[in-house]
Design a binder for this molecule. Structure first.
Ligand code: SF4
Length: 333
């Protein structure tokens, strides 16, 4: 999906992350397929939004890309380097370039550390600067996220949720990263504060050219911040397109139902658009049945849907969808 002159920052090919689960001492181990063959690419300086209901595997994708888990299969290519099988020591130069902003600003900051120590921690761990330069860098970082140097001697409990998330962003920037996984960075914040955090992320991207993987279940924010969007369901990427193409011409029945649930401000438009309510719950990712992962909840399921898993295929203009309706002679929606 990269344009001709765009360089790819991150490429994920058929990424799989399975976790073994056991019910009892003598039961056969089963596989929880949290991520089951996900592929996408993010150009440098762009944002890919990754959406889906809780438990669909989007956070596991982010964590696996950062090698917090060792992938079960597939490839992670970062700036042309294959990271998939690198050891912890071999990963060290990449740890600096790939950082994460966590979901919960209340638990992700150590309450016993001052803000200065929290932000300086990655600089010290990666030995990026001497003590004096480290102090200057921490002052620069705190101002970059709209806080003051006076705040550095305080502790996390003295700050609001939005301010804590700013501290979390400053810590992620301390290692001078090029790629940042933003894992639901606004979901624990008040609506009034969410836009401020999004604005900071956008300003930083414009200034430093960061590449983001923005994981969220808030489709309005994803539409606002992303250049391209992937939709996940039960560990699979089921639709993937440039942002306006996805929101204006969604194809997959699951994407249609997700987007139909987004509140619309215009009352006329709201009256005209009807909400698609899905029946049933997301099935268990433990040993999922063959065929399309969405078939148990899909109003358009056909015989083939229970037999073959649909591939994520390009239907034109970089818009990819994994649904037999668009890959066979079955009449599309
Ligand atoms: Fe529905 Fe079949 Fe398409 Fe899956 S492949 S979304 S079950 S129509």
């Amino acid at each position: 999906m990269s344009g001709q002159n765009e360089k790819t920052c991150l490429k994920v090919q058929d990424l799989k992350m399975y976790f073994p689960v056991k019910n009892g001492l003598f039961s056969k181990p089963r596989q929880l397929k949290a991520v089951d063959g996900v592929s996408f690419a993010i150009p440098e300086g762009k944002t890919m939004g990754l959406v889906g209901e809780s438990g669909c595997g989007k956070t596991t994708v982010g964590r696996t890309i950062l090698k917090l888990y060792q992938p079960t299969g597939g490839k992670i290519i970062f700036q042309g380097e294959d990271l998939t099988d690198l050891t912890d020591t071999q990963m060290l130069p990449f740890r600096k370039k790939m950082q994460m902003i966590f979901q919960d600003p209340y638990t992700s900051l150590d309450p016993r550390m001052t803000v200065e120590s929290i932000i300086a921690e990655p600089i010290r761990a990666l030995k990026l600067y001497g003590p004096a330069e480290c102090r200057d860098r921490v002052r620069e970082l705190i101002q970059m996220v709209g806080l003051k140097p006076d705040h550095l001697n305080r502790y996390p409990h003295e700050f609001s949720g939005g301010q804590r998330q700013r501290i979390g962003i400053a810590r992620a920037l301390a290692a001078e990263p090029e790629f940042i996984v933003c894992d639901e960075p606004i979901s624990a914040l008040d609506v009034s504060i969410q836009a401020q955090v999004i604005n900071i992320l956008e300003e930083l991207q414009e200034r430093f050219g960061f590449t983001y993987l923005f994981i969220s279940h808030d489709l309005s924010m994803v539409r606002h911040i992303s250049h391209q969007v992937g939709v996940m369901y039960l560990g699979n990427l089921i639709e993937y397109a440039p942002v306006d193409e996805l929101f204006d011409h969604m194809l997959h029945p699951y994407t249609r139902s997700l987007i139909s649930a987004v509140p619309v401000a215009d009352p006329i438009q709201a009256r005209e658009s009807s909400r698609i309510v899905l029946q049933g719950d997301v099935p268990s990712p433990i040993d999922p049945p063959p065929g399309c992962p969405f078939k148990a909840r899909c109003a358009f399921a056909r015989e083939i849907c229970g037999q073959e898993k649909p591939e994520l295929m390009d239907v034109g203009g970089g818009h990819k969808v994994a649904c037999h309706l668009y890959h066979t002679n079955i009449k599309p929606l």
